[in-house]
Design a protein around this ligand. Structure first.
Ligand SMILES: Nc1ncnc2c1ncn2[C@@H]1O[C@H](COP(=O)(O)OP(=O)(O)OP(=O)(O)O)[C@@H](O)[C@H]1O
Ligand SMILES: [Mg+2]
Length: 324
């Protein structure tokens, strides 16, 4: 019988070459699945993404952490452009830059933040001072570099952050949390506090083994047994399908955890060019293949299946700040 290690070895060994670039645009097919509306009502989304949900007063925001095992696989670009894609279809989105070592949402979004989360501990600094109003209606809060872990805050500091940050909930339908890579305690804290987690990987063997390590840690510590995955920098759809299939098989067999694919993003030079221009891909090159892929991923998140808001933003803060 195969053990976990040999299965994982197989997983990284089987895929060792690309089939070469193919200029095929992504098939952004709308899902014909039962989705859950923002109000929590199941509804069938049949043939179009253009469905408009009835406006309602939301009480809780969807908090989605975007993480990876290996660094540099495209989390920040995905986060920023997902936010813009969702903003374009009417969702209010807020980004939290929780990559505490190398916060760089600023760079990709083309904004400059004077303040970050920790400034909120100063009595004269309020949420409005920390919140950046980025392009396309996307709001953004910088976690700042080298922030301490929440456990290191005094109870008064935690309460202060909680009080000032709670109001974000009224400003956003969706909060995207861009985490650092790997299994640092900080990263785990963020992904365990979020209701949903998107794991980003590329098809590279090293990225896959690191992705598996995150899956394993998540399955050990999380009450939820479900992760979502996006495969970035692929050359064709088959390559992405193989990655998902192998990771899913390993996940189901050894971790008893399901893995839901949200789609793939093509290798596309426009991503790098947009970063160079310090403009989000969806603004600089809206027709690029990678941009269209990200729009398809955004639609999958919004309409393509079940999601449950368990903790929401307030619960996320409570968990992160160690309130019981
Ligand atoms: N689909 C893509 N096609 C081509 N290049 C890409 C793609 N996605 C990302 N890249 C390249 O990878 C670089 C790193 O991306 P990004 O900063 O989003 O990764 P990250 O996972 O957030 O990194 P870190 O772990 O350091 O935070 C980008 O600047 C870009 O050059
Ligand atoms: Mg990043």
């Amino acid at each position: 019988m195969k053990d976990q290690a040999s299965s994982l070895r197989e997983l990284v060994q089987e895929k060792n070459e690309y089939n070469g670039p193919q200029a095929v645009p992504p098939a952004a097919q709308p899902p014909s699945v039962v989705a859950v509306s923002p109000e929590g009502e199941p509804q069938t989304v049949v043939s179009t993404y253009k469905r408009v949900f009835r406006p309602t007063i939301r009480t809780r925001a969807r908090v989605i952490a975007i993480t990876s095992g290996k660094g540099g696989v495209g989390k920040t670009n995905l986060t920023v452009n997902l936010a813009i894609a969702m903003g374009k279809i009417g969702r209010r989105v807020m980004i939290v830059d929780a990559d505490l070592g190398m916060a760089n949402v600023d760079v990709v979004l083309g904004t400059v933040s004077k303040h970050h989360l920790l400034h909120l501990l100063q009595p004269e600094v309020n949420l409005e001072d920390v919140l950046i109003h980025g392009p396309f209606g996307v709001n953004y809060i910088s976690g700042g570099s080298a922030i301490e872990r929440a456990v290191d805050f005094t109870p008064q500091e935690r309460q202060c952050l909680m009080d000032k940050l709670t109001a974000c909930e009224t400003m956003a339908d969706i909060v995207l949390v861009d985490t650092g890579a790997g299994l640092g305690r900080n990263v785990l804290d963020f992904i365990l506090a979020a209701d949903e987690v998107i794991l980003v990987t590329t098809p590279e063997p090293t990225a896959l083994t690191d992705a598996y390590a995150v899956m394993k840690a998540y399955s050990m510590h999380s009450e939820k047994k479900d992760l979502k995955i996006v495969v970035n920098r692929v050359y064709d759809e088959e390559e992405s399908n193989e990655v998902v299939m192998k990771l899913r098989r390993t996940s189901e067999k050894f971790l008893s955890m399901s893995l839901t694919s949200l789609g793939m993003i093509y290798e596309d030079r426009s991503v790098m060019n947009a970063v160079k221009r310090q403009s989000p891909l969806l603004a600089a090159y809206p027709d690029a293949m990678a941009a269209r892929c990200i729009e398809a991923v955004a639609k999958n998140i919004l309409y393509g299946g079940d999601h449950e808001i368990r903790l929401g933003w307030r619960g996320f803060l409570q968990k992160l700040l160690n309130f019981s």
